[in-house]
Ligand binder design. Structure first.
Ligand SMILES: [Zn+2]
Length: 90
């Protein structure tokens, strides 16, 4: 069947206003490190570390964990990575 209706383009003008939730740099997931107020959203480069990793880096009580994972922002992750650069960085 080679004939798919391509006429989808003509969609009615729905009110698409106000649907712009996506702000450029605001995130939804706060960084787990308490002294940090950035966001750990994936789209912002956030990563998750294990509880143990985070404890070694920031000390217990200085971050919050979510179900055993610790969501940190990009810069916290980079800080952690720097301290733990025994791994390859590729
Ligand atoms: Zn952070």
């Amino acid at each position: 069947m080679g004939f798919k209706a391509k006429a989808r383009k003509n969609k009615p003008q729905n009110a698409d206003k106000g649907a712009e939730k996506k702000k450029s740099s605001a995130g939804e997931v706060p960084c787990a490190v308490k002294s940090c107020d950035r966001f750990a959203d994936k789209k912002l480069g956030g990563r998750s570390l294990s509880f143990d990793d985070a404890t070694e880096m920031w000390g217990s009580g200085n971050f919050v964990s979510t179900e055993g994972r610790v969501r940190v922002c990009k810069s916290c992750y980079r800080a952690w990575k720097k301290e733990n650069k025994n791994d390859d960085m590729y």
